[in-house]
Design a protein around this ligand. Structure first.
Ligand SMILES: [Zn+2]
Length: 409
């Protein structure tokens, strides 16, 4: 595995500036392209799974976090409040309270449940500057978050559905989980004291894990302050684990925010909140992808999907036409022309690009591309349109395969 900080700089994905501050990386165009592809994948997967997307502000009044319990259980990780005309507002440490208020914004019927609210939203953590680095420890976080408000009977199915979304995303991203963890509370006062609620939610998550057939380990002291969770752990090159994805069952926040729905019996009932994140924070997910793939991303994520290499100056117009066609088709391509050196040097420079299309005099005359895949395979020259359609299909399917068609080489 590679160090994502070094590779991120080499590949021009992200960087930092002391004037912006530690733990506040910015994304360069190639990094932003990877991030867009990832965010679009997640939003599409969520829409298909019945989630509705919302936007909510990154600030909230201090009182909001007093109600949610963050103020008493999580304030060490929060930025100090800002005084605004006698009111204190806080950079949010999580999206849950805002989503609880969106749920509460009007009366809810049992017919609306499960109500799945999703947001790729900003949140903040006041990490100490000594531990900050790259994309894994940052102070500004973009979280792939969602909250499912549902009845007690619906919890198991919703949690299992979230685990299935995680499994599919990992397949598309080429991520192999290090392990699944059932994260339970430990000793100490950082957890909400409500033993019967902890027992109920732990029993529910245990059941979901048992039925999934996935191997898992229980770990004490790793729960959220308001409830236990299923964590999907990934490992870096040094074997250090971090949590990428989570599924949590929460009885606490619905109580704190007095959430209700009107049941079939006409009476008011308390919903359960399932918190889930498929890829966790975008920063950590991209850091892990960079390390896992060494910069050789699956084609659908690659910042440049196709490098077009004209053999000589004479084929530059044809190369530029191929790139324009790629842009029309929604593919990311660039010309690596003779001004960047000999063909061999240009092929080496584009070694992380999934597809390298060479255009010599013969290909230019016949409208063909001679394609070399990143893994070294060569495809026999074929019409540009045919090749781009095949790449478009692989990218659209979020495949990790570079090629599944006829090689004809
Ligand atoms: Zn949440």
């Amino acid at each position: 595995m590679h160090d994502h900080r070094r590779l991120g700089r080499e590949l021009g994905l992200f960087d930092t500036d002391p004037l912006i501050g530690a733990g506040l990386p910015y994304w360069l165009p190639d990094g932003a392209a990877v991030r867009h592809a990832l965010e679009e994948y997640i939003r599409a997967a969520e829409r298909k799974a019945g989630y509705r997307h919302v936007y909510s502000p990154v600030l909230g009044k201090r009182e909001l976090y007093e109600i949610s319990g963050h103020w008493s259980h999580y304030s060490d990780d929060m930025f100090p409040p800002m005084d605004l005309g006698g009111e204190q507002v806080v950079l949010r440490p999580s999206l849950c309270p805002h989503h609880a208020l969106i749920y509460r914004s009007r009366s809810r019927s049992y017919r609306e449940l499960p109500l799945r609210i999703a947001e790729l939203g900003g949140m903040y953590r006041s990490e100490l500057s000594g531990v900050l680095g790259g994309l894994t420890r940052v102070r500004a976080i973009q979280l792939n978050d969602a909250h499912i408000f549902c009845t007690l009977e619906q919890v198991a199915e919703e949690a299992a559905g979230a685990l299935e979304m995680i499994r599919r995303a990992y397949e598309a991203l080429g991520i192999v989980p290090a392990r699944y963890r059932l994260s339970l509370p430990g000793p100490g006062g950082k957890y909400v004291a409500a033993p019967e609620l902890w027992e109920r939610s732990t029993a529910l998550l245990t059941d979901v894990l048992d039925r999934s057939g996935l191997p898992y380990e229980a770990a004490e002291g790793e729960a959220a302050f308001y409830g236990p969770k299923i964590d999907v752990q990934v490992a870096d090159g040094a074997g250090r684990e971090s949590t990428l994805s989570t599924v949590q069952v929460d009885f606490h926040q619905p109580e704190r925010f007095d959430l209700r729905y009107v049941g079939a019996d006409g009476a008011k009932h308390r919903p359960v909140m399932v918190h889930r994140s498929v890829i966790g924070s975008v920063e950590r997910a991209v850091a892990h992808l960079v390390e896992q793939h060494g910069g050789a991303f699956p084609a659908w994520l690659a910042p440049t999907q196709l490098a077009v290499l004209p053999v000589s100056e004479a084929q530059v117009p044809e190369a530029e036409a191929v790139v324009r066609r790629c842009v029309e088709l929604g593919l990311r391509a660039e010309v690596a022309g003779p001004e960047h050196g000999g063909l061999g040097a240009r092929v080496r420079r584009a070694r992380l690009v999934p597809y390298q299309a060479v255009i010599g005099a013969k290909e230019a005359a016949e409208g063909l591309l001679a394609v070399r895949l990143r893994d070294g395979r060569r495809l026999a020259p074929r019409p540009a349109e045919e090749f781009l359609a095949a790449v478009g299909a692989l990218v659209g399917a979020h495949s990790t395969a570079l090629w599944d068609g006829d090689d004809r080489s």
